[in-house]
Design a binder for this molecule. Structure first.
Ligand SMILES: N[C@@H](CCC(=O)N[C@@H](CS)C(=O)NCC(=O)O)C(=O)O
Length: 219
């Protein structure tokens, strides 16, 4: 039975799961969450009342949270590119970096974007400036971490890089990565050149006008 992915191409967490699927050429059916297809949103809400996406469905089993979807794919639908090392200690390193990108890059980036969608009176300027400060600290820590490294954890492309790719992509659009963080900028470029992520970026191009802060004229 075909895997089904409820997702939108512009969504960073969806791109995280898509990168994993594309790395291994895993076949799946797109369930596009668009305003033209209200029944997809109804299906999503029935599967996962929290209505966060992506959501993967495999033969009636619902799998939520991008990191768990990637771990699930690695376990139940493995391909030539393992996204988690078999060695438990190396896997811990990968999960640790995955948490870093979710909690300290994506979360503050989304805070800034979501705040911009609120009516003026409901905005949270203190929360936004804290989010910008967190991004700068995260860029600084990551710059040291990436010095001399190709990928976020270990020697190969992993789960941690699946998230890093879209999160650094949008973080740079939201709160520019300063030139004083050259290793982060170079890592973001390497991720953009990875065919799985390049494909996800290309698929999202037609939707760029939907980026709430206004998409810059560059990747
Ligand atoms: N913790 C979730 C986060 C997923 C998430 O926040 N997805 C966004 C799209 S990038 C979403 O569902 N937004 C809809 C909303 O916040 O209502 C994961 O890791 O998959």
């Amino acid at each position: 039975m075909t895997l089904k992915l409820y997702a939108h191409p512009l969504s960073s967490y969806c791109q995280k799961a898509l990168v994993a699927l594309y790395e291994n050429d895993t076949p799946f059916e797109w369930c596009l969450l668009s305003h033209e297809q209200p029944q997809m949103w109804e299906e999503l809400a029935a599967l996962w009342p929290l209505k966060r996406f992506p959501v993967l469905v495999d033969a009636g089993r619902t799998v939520t949270e991008a990191s768990i979807i990637i771990e699930y794919l690695d376990l139940y639908h493995p391909g030539p590119v393992p996204l988690l090392p078999k060695d438990a200690r190396a896997a811990l390193e990968v999960r640790s970096m995955d948490r870093f990108f979710d909690n300290y890059v994506s979360t503050p980036q989304q805070k800034i974007v979501v705040d911009s969608l609120r009516p003026e009176a409901e905005r949270d300027p203190r929360g936004v400036s804290d989010a910008r400060a967190m991004l700068d600290i995260a860029y600084g820590w990551l710059d040291d971490h990436m010095a001399g490294r190709e990928w976020a954890a270990g020697d190969s492309f992993t789960l941690a890089d699946c998230g890093a790719a879209p999160f650094l992509f949008y973080a740079d659009w939201t709160h520019r990565i300063d030139s004083s963080f050259p290793h982060v900028i170079a890592y973001r470029q390497r991720l953009l050149a990875r065919p799985s992520f390049a494909r996800a970026v290309d698929e999202a191009r037609p939707y760029r006008s939907l980026f709430p802060l206004g998409a810059p004229n560059r990747d």
